[in-house]
Design a protein around this ligand. Structure first.
Ligand code: 1CP
Length: 354
């Protein structure tokens, strides 16, 4: 397996020098693209898209055909993992994801097991299909949800704005929550390692809801299991380093702890000042982020200004991957994405020449 022709992302994640700052966008393949909506309509449902190698490959490549992005990200979802554990994922029309059998009893929790990786074969087939289709142009990022974020969906049965069932369990029977988190961590390790073996060239863990925790609860219920993942994921494949990115949304105050796990890069949402973040974590890890996704709703000039501001705030150092602080909105005008990508490339080249 050879290195991609454009390996800027991999180099930046490892803190190595690059000619410019690489850029990709969380949820870059999604509903803001008409071609995505067209493929999704042809596929049937979102899950049908994820479960078909050819559809998943097609939508992964769509944003790359439009914009000179520096990475592809596997088209799938974090909720494939609890689905493989038997919770029954479905998408109610016009609503978000839901589980038929959320974890609501001690019996259901104790019965939870690490699923056989064969039950996620469609994800690994998507990884190998996408790798083939990319023809070594840019690297492919694999991903998983964090043990805590997965547990949130598994316990609540879908999205939540207060996580009341998760918190009830945490503050009454923490050992049951730890049981779920331990199963999730072991599953995530197998899942990421299999993605790497099938061709993922970097991996990212999305801890979308870790920021809903108090500091001691974050350490006990999220960070501890992120550490288990950092320790369990194979960090090289076929002689190449496979960088590991940890992203806790709302985790700005815990960046030092996250960096100390030994991951290669830390994701930043837009509420954290990237210059202070860089000063705090030094050069031990790379940083990925941190444009406000809402900036893409403004004028093209505003997008360019805000992109330059983030690059300038990070400063003339190595180890920055430009991204949004969270997923791109479905209402984003594509022309703003084009402006964003070209501004990041041009301004970061100019910064290096200065
Ligand atoms: O077409 C549609 O209507 C489905 C919308 C959609 C998409 C495009 C969902 C449902 N998932 C995805 C793809 C997806 N999800 C990717 C693909 C690759 C890319 O980035 O291009 C990734 C990386 C995810 C990860 C994901 N799913 C996260 C972590 C990142 C984040 O956004 O915080 C989370 C929390 C989910 C759960 C999920 N899946 C879908 C929705 C709408 C949600 C959020 C549910 C909620 O909390 O209410």
């Amino acid at each position: 397996m050879s290195r991609p022709n454009n390996d800027t992302l991999l180099r930046a994640l490892m803190g190595e020098p690059t000619d410019y700052t690489p850029v990709w966008l969380m949820r870059q393949a999604g509903r803001y693209l008409p071609e995505y909506r067209e493929t999704r309509a042809r596929a049937g449902s979102f899950l049908d898209l994820c479960k078909s190698q050819s559809f998943a490959t097609e939508v992964t490549l769509q944003p790359l055909a439009r914009f000179p992005l520096d990475a592809a990200i596997l088209f799938s979802d974090i909720l494939t993992v609890p689905d493989a554990m038997g919770l029954g994922l479905y998408f109610a029309e016009g609503e978000g994801p839901r589980f038929e059998r959320p974890l609501r009893s001690a019996e259901a929790i104790r019965a939870l097991q690490v699923p056989p990786m064969e039950s996620l074969q469609y994800v690994f087939d998507a990884v190998s299909g996408i790798r083939k289709a990319l023809q070594n142009s840019v690297p492919l990022i694999g991903f998983s949800g964090s043990p805590f974020t997965l547990a949130c969906y598994m316990i609540e049965g879908g999205g939540s704005d207060d996580f009341r069932n998760v918190k009830a369990l945490m503050y009454s029977q923490p050992e049951l929550l730890h049981h779920i988190l331990d199963i999730n961590a072991r599953t995530v390790i197998d899942y990421l390692n299999t993605q790497i073996e099938q061709g993922a060239q970097a991996v990212m863990v999305f801890d979308t809801w870790g920021g809903a925790l108090s500091t001691p609860a974050y350490r006990e219920f999220s960070l501890r299991y992120l550490q288990q993942i950092v320790d369990g994921v194979i960090r090289t494949h076929d002689g190449e380093a496979v960088p590991l990115v940890l992203f806790t949304k709302g985790g700005g105050q815990w960046l030092d702890d996250i960096a100390r796990t030994g991951c290669d890069a830390v994701g930043l949402d837009w509420t954290t000042d990237i210059s202070l973040a860089r000063a705090r974590v030094g050069h031990h890890v790379a940083l990925q982020g941190n444009l406000d996704p809402g900036a893409l709703m403004g004028s093209p000039e505003g997008v360019a200004r805000e992109a330059r501001r983030v690059l300038d705030d990070f400063g003339p150092y190595h180890g920055h991957v430009f991204n949004l602080g969270h997923g791109i909105s479905q209402f984003t005008p594509h022309d703003n994405v084009r402006v964003l990508v070209s501004t990041v490339h041009e301004h970061s080249r100019a910064m290096r020449a200065a």
